[in-house]
Design a protein around this ligand. Structure first.
Ligand SMILES: Nc1ncnc2c1ncn2[C@@H]1O[C@H](COP(=O)(O)OP(=O)(O)O)[C@@H](O)[C@H]1O
Ligand SMILES: [Mg+2]
Length: 342
């Protein structure tokens, strides 16, 4: 029997208020940021400030769009969801993220509201665009579809057989992706009244558009932080064996914007070197790169697949930014405002 998550009182209330308010919305982007990280908080927030661009999809709509969640349309999965490619009734390519992996219904609802609460509030050329959600037959978020896979699949090859168009990761592409991602992160940290900490910046969560504009996606772990710079204990999510995590996050679960800055530094190293943050033999990219960074032997860091085809000036900028961002002491790392000036 089909499970309706809209039966959840909190979720139902949230969505009905959101939709009712949006009908009266002027179409402006939000200018007041809200806490959105628990059902309780979602219910308390000023729903009228949600981005008006998204809508509720019916289950029939997303079922039809994805051909009944056909396995051929599965384009990716991560810690808590499966993502299917689809075509909406108006012909627009969509990605339907179905939340499947949480330990309980309650956790799944929390993950859903976390992502909806964050991505539903933001609008930037380098942040993935939410089209809507569906709470019937499960919990689903609907996004624009990005056909080029993730930066991870473009750098390291696809993990599943999908028709996404991977591109040769040329230097120009890598540099543009680094700059676009920095801009998106700067927007989340600095251009909003209340900061959003993404907490999961990594190559599989950066999705290039058709024209290779990187989109920061997957806000399932995101946190709103107050406008003043007080680090917050995140509680969970700091345990990930495939990543190099910021020391304060790994050890104490402490999160602030410098946690994202550290992850961005590792992302830069991944783009330059073409190496995974932690490879199949558990070798850590940052440990490997550290001696070259310290000695300034930066050419050795360049992905051998690039040969001589890279720009030395741009390489120096990326490596300089990466070495500052990955400083072990959080307070010594730059802010994203400083990073984009590097
Ligand atoms: N909008 C999208 N367009 C195309 N592919 C996507 C889109 N969103 C996610 N994906 C693919 O699905 C994968 C998992 O999505 P993600 O949102 O990161 O899920 P999780 O929260 O489970 O990690 C991504 O790495 C990417 O390959
Ligand atoms: Mg992900």
């Amino acid at each position: 029997m089909r499970q309706s998550y809209a039966k959840s009182r909190n979720l139902k209330r949230f969505l009905s208020v959101a939709i009712g308010k949006r009908r009266n919305s002027s179409g402006e982007d939000d200018n007041t940021e809200d806490k959105a990280f628990s059902v309780k908080q979602i219910n308390e927030m000023e729903i009228s400030h949600l981005r008006p661009g998204w809508r509720c999809f019916s289950y029939e709509e997303i079922l039809k769009a994805t051909d009944g969640f056909h396995k051929d349309n599965l384009v990716g999965w991560g810690g808590y969801a499966e993502v299917y490619r689809g075509v909406a009734e108006d012909g627009e390519a969509i990605a339907v993220k179905r939340l499947t992996r949480a330990s309980s219904d309650e956790q799944r609802e929390k993950d859903f509201l976390t992502e909806l609460g964050a991505v539903g509030h933001v609008r930037h050329p380098n942040v993935s665009a939410l089209l809507g959600c569906c709470v019937d037959g499960g919990l689903h978020l609907v996004f624009e579809f990005y056909s080029r896979g993730s930066v991870s699949s473009n750098l390291h090859g696809r993990t599943i057989d999908t028709p996404t168009i991977a591109a040769k990761p040329t230097w120009k592409l890598r540099f543009d992706i680094a700059v676009g991602t920095a801009r998106g992160l700067h927007y989340l940290h600095k251009q909003r009244r209340r900061r959003i900490i993404h907490r999961d910046i990594k190559a599989s969560n950066i999705l290039p558009t058709e024209s290779f504009e990187p989109q920061i996606s997957d806000f399932g772990l995101a946190r709103w932080l107050p406008s003043e710079t007080t680090p917050t204990a995140a509680g969970n999510g700091a345990c990930d064996v495939d990543r190099c995590l910021a020391p304060e996050y790994f050890t104490h679960g402490i999160v602030d914007e410098k946690t994202d800055v550290f992850a961005f530094g590792v992302f830069l190293l991944e783009i330059v070197t073409g190496r995974k943050p932690v490879d199949g033999c558990h070798r850590n990219l940052l440990c490997w790169a550290r001696s070259y960074l310290n000695d300034g032997i930066i050419e050795t860091l360049v992905d051998p697949r690039l040969g001589e085809e890279y720009d030395m000036g741009q390489l120096k900028r990326l490596i300089f930014a990466a070495s500052l961002c990955t400083r072990p002491t959080a307070t010594l790392r730059p802010s994203m405002t400083e990073v984009i000036r590097c």
